[in-house]
Design a protein around this ligand. Structure first.
Ligand SMILES: Cc1cc2nc3c(=O)[nH]c(=O)nc-3n(C[C@H](O)[C@H](O)[C@H](O)COP(=O)(O)O)c2cc1C
Length: 150
């Protein structure tokens, strides 16, 4: 069975809501899915999954959330070649750098060799029904790709 890991940081629940939609989609596509908050996960766990989907809201002045920093820094020791990856996160367009965390994580995944295999999802506050459907679709897509190549 294809294995997909969803790791996310969410302070007020918006990014978590999208994580739940992505998990639903990946399960629909037949994947074994594990979903964890970043502070409960270790970066090494990424090695055990063919599909990795990472979410974080944006904090500060276009920064990663504090509870994601340890995970992010520990990622540096990994080689993620061959992994199918995607990123999602909530933000607020009234800040100068909208959803920067999504871009920062996407760049890190690419640097470590992962293939960004689905469109990264940025959304404002909590996800709308349409955005959650986009999340389900992303989950299905990554799970489907992993099933084919994994
Ligand atoms: C102190 C603070 C700083 C923030 N900075 C940004 C930012 O730079 N860019 C952005 O898009 N959103 C920013 N936000 C908005 C949050 O990312 C947004 O509220 C998001 O929906 C929170 O997601 P969560 O419910 O998953 O925690 C900031 C929010 C707070 C409270």
């Amino acid at each position: 069975m294809p294995k997909v890991l969803v790791v996310y940081a969410s302070m007020t629940g918006n990014t978590e809501e999208m994580a739940e939609a992505i998990v639903e989609g990946a399960k629909e596509a037949g994947a074994e899915v594990v979903s964890k908050e970043a502070f409960d996960a270790s970066a090494d766990e990424l090695n055990d999954y063919e599909g990795i989907i990472i979410g974080a809201y944006t904090w500060g002045d276009g920064e990663l959330p504090d509870e994601f920093i340890d995970f992010y820094e520990a990622m540096d020791s990994l080689d993620l070649s061959g992994k199918k990856a995607a990123v999602f996160g909530s933000g607020d367009t009234s800040y100068p750098i909208y959803c920067a965390a999504v871009d920062i994580i996407e760049a890190k995944l690419k640097e470590l060799g992962a293939e960004i295999a689905g469109e990264c999802i940025k959304f404002e506050y909590n996800p709308s029904e349409a955005e959650k459907e986009q999340g389900r679709s992303l989950g299905r897509q990554i799970a489907g790709l992993v099933a084919v190549t994994g």
